[in-house]
Design a protein around this ligand. Sequence first.
Ligand SMILES: [Zn+2]
Length: 490
Amino acid sequence: MRTIRFFWVSALACGLTALPAAAEDDVERLVAAMLGDTPIIDDLRELTDDIGGRPTGSDANRKAVAWAVEKLRQAEVSVTTEDFEMPFQWQEKLAFASISGDVSFDPHVVAKPFSTAADARVARLVDGGSGSADDFKRVGDAVKGAWVLIETPELNDDIGLAGLFGLYGNARQFEARANAAEALGVVQMSPYPKNLVYRQFASTNYENDMPLLVMDREHALRALRLMRSGRSLSLGATISIDAGYSYSATNVIAEIPGTSRADEIVLFGAHLDSFDLGTGALDNGVNVAMLINLARQITRLGLKPERTIRFALWNGEEQALVGSWKYTEQHEDELDDHVVAASFDIGSGRTTGFFTGGRPALVPLVDKYLEPVAGLGPFQQIDVPLVGTDNFDFMIEGVPNLIAIQSDANYASNYHAESDTFEKVDQYQVRLNSAIAAAVVWGFANDSDRLPRQTHDEVEDLVDSTNLEQQMKDFSVWDGWADGTRGQHD
Ligand SMILES: [Zn+2]
């Protein structure tokens, strides 16, 4: 590994007026340490290359938990593990498909997480267009008992995250339409070119009761062209899965105890689990390595925050955000004292600010905490609530929450795909992002200001006055909020 050295750390030290003098000195040392020579990239290489893809419930996931605990122990950071129950095991054992009829070929397929099994199920393949209501009307009864192939727009770095969110929204609609029309199963065209497939989870999560596949783009386009020029095709698919039982998974929780306000908690988290096709480097090994390194450097420098800093390496994130949800249950008595819960989950693109979750009073605080790293900006906070990662249960519990906003870079084009591997990570930017995270952690940990936890009514107002309901439905977490199993109870 080529070591990148930084010569301009002192240039960042301008504008240090926001915090008490001692804290100013500390944040300067911490930021300098994060920009310097650290094991962060070696850690990421171990997590991604040695351990690899680590879906919750897999052996690799358990190895990743043990690895993270060991890394933190070696750094002399206080660390514990917290087990929680995952409601439903789902691992693909194998998936393959072949197209036959007027033309025969073998596409590359994977099962969507929470797909049901299929045992050599051969049926007519129908052209479901883009899966709109009109498309299903056009195909009519032909969908019944058939595999329906849905075309998706190509997703590249220019479209980025917006394209990804759009795909989740569309999938919820076309999976429901296919279900209502009694299709045998849904085959979704991969949005990525060059035979790249990925795991986009079933829109109804654990409730799904259909076989769901993603087919590589080139073969799906060929099948659509053939069907659109009058050829008749069938699809045979086998999906073998290990599925259906509950099991125990583990969050890793590291802590730097506070001095004068130890009962107040500043929580920074990233999810340790990934899907299995790639090695979960952008999503989200890079941010796990970043938080481990942040805990390591605070401890190494002997820095003493006023509030307790807690680093959470979540599990079960990719399977309905279960680990962070269970944490909010297990730590219910402490939630009033959670000053903030921040999530990092958008790869290694430049951190440009934070989503502040519909809490406008958070914006000036975060602005202030970013001043020591103004040289790495500009930064802009965006005050909207966002669903899709581990801030979610904190948001509906009323805890002030953040998600780091990162430039899309190559995140969306490798999302949950075989190509999400170590070399996609921007090693230079990761260090800058860690310095930014360090400044924000230190700001929250030492400021005298803080926001109160919102009441249930205030959270309900937030849901009613934003597009949260739509987002929660697209991420299959609406029911938990609506039926009161998730979120704050009055
Ligand atoms: Zn993620």
